[in-house]
Write a protein that binds this ligand. Structure first.
Ligand code: ARG
Length: 599
């Protein structure tokens, strides 16, 4: 395909000197494989775009393809066998270790910072967005040849620890001496909630509720944070325990989601001994100004940001922004990155504008390297989720519920299925993660159970089902057909598929439905590129749905194992099945979704 594109581009460039040549993907394979919109060229040449398209169609020639004018577009359409050859070749004979759509190393380093939950709070459905969008971005960048560093800026420092320490010492220790073991101080909670982290969460909610009545409690919390920053041993020990407990629980969730980080050790607390030097650098650069009540701020009006960046409170304690500045300076030294992506919600747009603006003032090196990729908040029908108020939806509940719904369907439709529990988990996860990806990244999402774990329509399970159906066909075909669609365990984003020959005769793929499927498969590299460009998984999710849907058309209209198929037809169609299964499995894998082989 790349070679044909090149020839097409070269011919166009020769015919239209001085014109930018950027062929696109036509709307459907019916129209062709590449489309050159003639508008701009026509304008530049003072011609009519429709006439120009016709002129080019008549004068250019690309071996193995037809050039057809369709209105203002010049379409390049491959002969059916050429298309099959090009697409199957790219998928089945991809270079070793570099599956279809992957690029060789490009020497560029990208930091993807994602998930970043706050310690001692539970994982809510809101954290899913940062975690899975970030995971997909990390996977895709690595797939595209970037050197990727996966960081988690854990919220393991800050005034919320003052609140927790105050709440814990106030109630937990006093009310239940057994607490050292399991925090079992509160009213009985549902069994699966009896985790230490949930106890901490309850403490946190209770403190905020009572603080409304008794504002003096606010000072108590502030004092505890000061003690923590001042290295008070009791505060330190408790903080460390809360942190360890949280990390263990987060790790369990990351394992369940199949998400990993290069380190979990670079949370906010990691930057503690870099805060003073950071403040010093800001001071030396002449950026610090005295704000209200002795606070230290940086003015940013000159770069169009009205709200100054607060970097130190009046009582001398650091804040979130200080730690982000320290983190960015550290990352420059430690990683010398080309880009740093912050996958953080839209509610922090101003925060990152401020941080990036301060960094630009401090060191021009940062200019253009820092990217906030905001995502819309997950809302409940009744409004925003709030950990403080305790009205949140926990991620694990969503994953569990999705798994249970799938399990019930399996029980009803396919009770003999092997590894039922694993399949239910994969499909439940597929539903939840895919739902998230199909949503526009920046728009808020209203959470309702039925939408998030829907199994019908343009969902993860629909794509997973297409994959499983293909494997079932391949198993029935016998020989090593099923093995050709399988891949061993993967390091990073690359599924190691083996090289597989392309059948000599591809005449069995001439039908329009087979051609349509080939066209959708050809769209994968572009969709993956669009994920990195737009910093969201949506284009990939959509393309996978298109592939699954066109597979369904192919499957219905082009019998694969029909006894009256010639061996050539059968082999060509099976090869297309293998290619499709690989693409679906690899695509889902980039998004953090597993594809079961049976369902
Ligand atoms: N812990 C923060 C939160 O839950 C997100 C951290 C985002 N990353 C950053 N570098 N500030 O809101």
């Amino acid at each position: 395909m790349d070679a044909l594109r090149q020839t097409f581009e070269q011919q166009l460039a020769a015919a239209l000197p001085g014109v930018e040549i950027t062929p696109e993907r036509p709307k459907s394979g019916e129209l062709g494989d590449l489309a050159f919109p003639c508008f701009r060229a026509a304008k530049q040449l003072g011609k009519n775009p429709v006439a120009l398209a016709q002129e080019l169609a008549a004068s250019l020639h690309v071996e193995g393809a037809a050039l057809v004018a369709a209105g203002p577009y010049l379409n390049l359409k491959l002969a059916p066998e050429t298309r099959a050859q090009a697409v199957l070749g790219a998928i089945l004979q991809a270079p070793a270790g570099r599956p279809y759509g992957a690029h060789p190393a490009n020497g560029k380093k990208v930091i993807v910072e994602y998930s970043s939950p706050n310690i001692a709070k539970l994982f809510t459905i809101g954290h899913l967005r940062s975690t899975m969008i970030g995971h997909a971005l990390a996977q895709v960048h690595q797939f595209l040849g970037y050197d990727v560093v996966r960081l988690n800026h854990l919220g393991d420092w800050g005034t919320q620890f003052g609140t927790l320490l105050a709440a814990y010492t106030r109630w937990a220790e006093a009310e239940n001496p057994e607490l050292q073991r399991d925090f079992d101080w509160a009213e009985p909670a549902p069994e699966k909630r009896r985790t230490p982290l949930f106890r901490l969460f309850q403490l946190y909610v209770r403190f905020h509720a009572e603080e409304e009545q008794d504002p003096a409690m606010r000072d108590e919390a502030r004092d505890w944070f000061k003690r923590l920053e001042a290295n008070d041993p009791q505060a330190r020990a408790l903080w460390k325990r809360f942190r360890d407990l949280s990390l263990a629980e987060f790790q369990r969730i990351y394992d369940r989601l199949g998400v990993r980080f290069d380190t979990l050790a670079q949370g906010e607390a990691f930057y503690e001994d870099r805060l003073v030097p950071t403040m010093q650098r800001l001071e030396d650069a002449g950026l610090l100004v005295e704000g209200d009540k002795g606070a230290r701020i940086i003015h940013l009006e000159d770069v169009g940001i009205a709200t100054p960046c607060l970097v130190q409170k009046g009582d001398g304690t650091s804040i979130y922004a200080t730690r982000d500045l320290a983190a960015a300076l550290y990352r420059k030294e430690a990683y010398a990155f080309d880009r740093c992506l912050y996958v953080v919600g839209t509610d922090q747009v101003l925060h990152f504008q401020q941080i990036f603006a301060v960094l630009d003032k401090l060191d021009p090196w940062f200019k253009g390297r820092m990217v906030h990729t905001p995502f819309g908040m997950v809302k409940l029908p009744e409004g925003k989720m709030s950990t403080r108020k305790g009205n949140v939806i926990f991620l694990e509940d969503v994953l569990d519920e999705a798994r249970e719904r799938v399990a019930a369907i399996i029980e009803e439709k396919n009770p003999e299925l092997k590894d039922k529990a694993d399949v239910a988990e994969m499909l439940g996860m597929g539903a939840v993660v895919f739902f998230d990806a199909m949503n526009d990244r920046v728009k808020p999402i209203t959470f309702t159970w039925d939408r998030v774990i829907a199994l019908d329509g343009d969902t993860g399970p629909y794509v997973q089902y297409a994959h499983a159906r293909i494997l079932s066909v391949l198993r029935k075909a016998g020989g090593d057909w099923a093995a050709k669609a399988q891949a061993g365990l993967a390091e990073g984003p690359f599924l190691p598929f083996a090289d597989s020959p392309i059948p000599a005769d591809l005449g069995g793929l001439a039908a329009p439905e087979a051609q349509a499927l080939l066209f959708e498969l050809a769209g994968l590299p572009g969709a993956i590129g669009a994920v990195a460009e737009g910093c969201m998984a949506t284009p990939l999710a959509r393309q996978l749905v298109s592939v699954a849907r066109s597979f369904s058309g192919f499957y219905t209209n082009c019998p694969i194992l029909a006894p009256d198929n010639t061996p050539d037809v059968r082999e060509a169609r099976l090869a297309l099945c293998v290619a499709t299964a690989r693409v679906l499995r690899q695509g889902l894998f980039l998004m953090g979704i597993q594809a079961p082989e049976e369902m």
